[in-house]
Design a protein around this ligand. Sequence first.
Ligand code: HEC
Ligand code: HEC
Length: 249
Amino acid sequence: MLHHDALLPSACRVSMRCLSTVTRWLAAGLLLIGSAARAAEPGTADPMTERLAACAACHGSEGRTVGDTYYPSIAGKPARYLYAQLVNFRDGRRQHTIMAAMLANLSDRYLGEIATFYARQPHAAQPVFDGATAEQLATGERLTRQGDPARKIPPCQACHGEALTGVEPAIPGLRGLPVRYLDAQISAWKQGARRATAPDCMGQIAKALTGAEITAISAWLASQPYAPDARPATSLPAPLPLDCGGVLP
Ligand code: HEC
Ligand code: HEC
């Protein structure tokens, strides 16, 4: 059964998982202290990988996380999408205390360089989720593929691309993401805890879905086989069915 633990240490339910989360955070904090000075100075001779070592503690080497984790892979996502998220965390439209602290003093230009670095990395091969019920798979596939016109929910691929691998330059893919991460993100939009630049089309869509539907969609998406070399599409097949801030040039 999926639940929405936000992976803050206080929300840990199983002590071993809690311990490993706390250990990671401590490790990230120590690495951060070591690398903050360099991270704040773009243009030094250090390669990006070394400068972003503190990020790797949670996001994996070059932004690739694999396995049953909450931390999203960021490798290979569209650059402008990644940039928008770094700005969102820094400016409070998305919530993560450690990331917000790490990004607080970084300039827009440096955030742009970080986004470009991760966008160029190859994806991780995320294992396919096998915990969905038949009912979740049926509901999830129907809502993803067809949406629900009566409730003004467009099909997800109208914006996330025919193969759901995202669309350059600003729409992320929905494949290869941890199931708990997907569920938590759509739920955060529904509850207003995650916001994108207005008009926030994802907020509109998430608010129209029920909690059970969000869980079903997340379960179906994470159950789909995923080609690690899949790239975002280069253009949208048709105009966006809803206006989304930050997507159009
Ligand atoms: C302590 C662990 C941790 C560290 C260190 C960390 N992150 Fe994150 N990051 C997360 C979590 C957890 C999320 C998802 C947060 C949420 O629920 O919205 C996230 C989300 C992101 C996202 C958005 C991904 C998406 O698909 O929308 C980006 C981009 C990102 N992080 C980049 C970075 C960069 C760059 C650094 C280093 C400067 C960094 N992170 C350091 C844990 C971390
Ligand atoms: C009208 C266009 C549109 C439609 C339709 C749409 N999305 Fe999105 N979605 C976006 C945009 C734009 C973003 C990036 C928002 C941002 O910048 O934070 C996004 C981001 C997301 C994310 C965040 C991914 C990450 O890495 O954090 C998830 C999850 C998501 N959408 C799920 C869905 C699902 C599921 C559906 C179908 C029920 C759907 N979307 C339909 C436009 C759309």
